[in-house]
Design a protein around this ligand. Sequence first.
Ligand SMILES: Nc1nc2c(c(=O)[nH]1)N[C@H]1C(S)=C(S)[C@@H](COP(=O)(O)O)O[C@H]1N2
Ligand SMILES: [Mo]
Length: 229
Amino acid sequence: MTVWNEVSAALPPGQVAIDGFPRFGTSISAPPPAVPRDPVIQVRGAVTEGLDVPLSALDTLPRLDLRADFHCVSGWSATGLDWAGVPFASFYRTYVEAALAPDVVVTHLVFRGHDGFRSVLTIEDALADDVLVADHLGGEPLAAEHGAPARLVCPRHYGYLSTKHLCRVDVHTSEPRHVQRSWALRVLAPHPRARVAQEERHRYVPAWALRRPYRFLMRRLLAQSRAAS
Ligand SMILES: Nc1nc2c(c(=O)[nH]1)N[C@H]1C(S)=C(S)[C@@H](COP(=O)(O)O)O[C@H]1N2
Ligand SMILES: [Mo]
């Protein structure tokens, strides 16, 4: 087993450390989605044939323990989280790469959760060696509020790329554009890379313009999340 420690001494720009690790996301008012009895990760898109990888198959891949901070785009950071799982790159090389249609050049992957949540990563960012399909947190199986049965964890990117309740990976050969219906979500479109160190919070709105409103919002949402748990 490989152990990797990525906790840094200073927080990235605009982040505030908080105690603990709250449940967070676009749907904290709803209960976490139910976990199917035999969960699979579907692989779809630019593959010759769609495949369903049972989560139990991950037991055959090398495991990685990763200690890392976790940064939400709204400005809170949970520090020193102990994740365990398999590197996403191992999953990709074992299952996805073998299924790619010939001559396909993959540029992006879309990750989907059982609650309908989606995130988009460039292939380079997705295959970085600290990106994990995590099934344990703090030595325990991943709890429902943190993404059971397994989630993506990409600690160098804002939390919105770390899709919980991972159930599907779509392979793309160009940047997928999905048009948000509400103007607020269109304005706050995700950054194409969302790297925390570069403070790439959103695609159009500059990060500095959001620090204050986000800090206000963050306090309210954290209180709501704590009250619900
Ligand atoms: N499936 C799913 N994954 C998700 C979200 C979500 O709402 N649904 N929210 C994202 C956001 S914005 C953040 S900050 C983190 C929060 O993870 P946590 O609830 O484990 O703290 O999950 C990310 N992944
Ligand atoms: Mo977030």
